[in-house]
Design a protein around this ligand. Structure first.
Ligand SMILES: C[S@@+](CC[C@H](N)C(=O)[O-])C[C@H]1O[C@@H](n2cnc3c(N)ncnc32)[C@H](O)[C@@H]1O
Length: 282
């Protein structure tokens, strides 16, 4: 028991495990995530419905999207943004996701509304396309869940998919949020209302901070009668300067900053939204 608890609560090396796919592809968990996405009043897996409405209206007007524009949404989930964008008459709308549960929902909604949205199932880090997009979106701070190598891969992909005057719109967690996070340890039976499994389980949740890297980790060790498994939720936090440096090495730069993807003027807070484009020639 001593050994097991020690193992379950030891701080791992930063970014040493990747389990985000478990969260979005395990059948039981994916169902719970979809119900969070579809609750219009919750801002857990997606933002609230009213936020998304305003956000889509802002994206369409800010980037002057029209019937000839090409838009691609990385991690589109159940299509809450893609659906609304296409419904505004925008030309090509593509959604990428590796949650088959969420994508089936998105495709069904598009079919019912007679909207020609292209949904592609798979890991967006492996996506390729010869088209150039006027707008690339990555919303709900998804960039923060990727380790530095995965982010580098994504920036390379963005660079090659972005039209010459195209824009990338994304949001991230900030250094301000990082400063307010604390390390903690919790043990709970069937925690988060049975989120992790329909069978009984014990969950040890350890929250860690990595000061030098501005990374937090929520580590869940879940023990059931017949199995034990772990989930690692890493989150990178950024300053504008740090993110700008990462982007610069991939020929991209921050063009403007906001508080959110509704275009709210920038103010220091837990999250910020950025519009990114090709780096101007010096
Ligand atoms: C926090 S949710 C946000 C969903 C959507 N953007 C929204 O705001 O409603 C993150 C989504 O990204 C997807 N995702 C995460 N990593 C992915 C990857 N490497 N490839 C494809 N999809 C990914 C998940 O399946 C999930 O649907």
């Amino acid at each position: 028991m001593f050994k097991k608890i020690n193992q379950a609560t030891t701080k791992p090396i930063v970014w040493s495990q990747y389990t985000a796919d478990v969260l979005w592809t395990d059948e039981h968990i994916a169902k719970q995530m979809l119900s969070f996405h579809l609750n219009p009043d919750l801002s857990l897996a997606s933002r609230t419905a009213s936020f998304i409405e305003e956000s889509v209206a802002w994206l369409v007007s800010e980037f002057k999207l029209n019937e000839t524009s090409q838009v691609i949404d990385f991690g589109c989930g159940p299509g809450l943004y893609t659906h609304r964008i296409k419904a505004k008459g925008i030309g090509t709308v593509v959604g990428l996701d590796f949650s088959s549960n969420s994508l089936s929902y998105a495709s069904e909604q598009a079919k019912q509304a007679n909207l020609a949205i292209e949904y592609n199932y798979g890991n967006y880090l492996e996506y390729s396309d010869t088209r150039k997009f006027d707008l690339i979106t990555l919303v709900m701070c998804d960039l923060c869940a990727l380790n530095p190598d995965q982010r580098a891969l994504l920036y390379t992909k963005f660079k090659s998919l972005l039209a010459p005057n195209g824009s990338i719109a994304l949001d991230v967690y900030t250094a301000t949020r990082f400063a307010s996070q604390n390390e903690s340890l919790e043990l709970e039976k069937n925690s988060m209302n049975g989120f992790w499994s329909e069978k009984d389980y014990w969950c040890i949740k350890s929250s860690f901070k990595y000061e030098d890297e501005k990374v937090t980790l929520d580590q869940y060790v879940i023990s059931q009668e017949d199995k034990e498994w772990s989930v690692f939720n890493w989150l990178q936090h950024f300053t504008i300067e740090e993110l700008s440096q990462e982007l610069a090495t991939h020929g991209l730069e921050v063009k403007s900053t906001y508080s959110d993807l509704k275009g709210t003027p920038y103010q220091d807070g837990d999250e910020m939204a950025l519009v990114i484009g090709h780096k101007s020639e010096a």
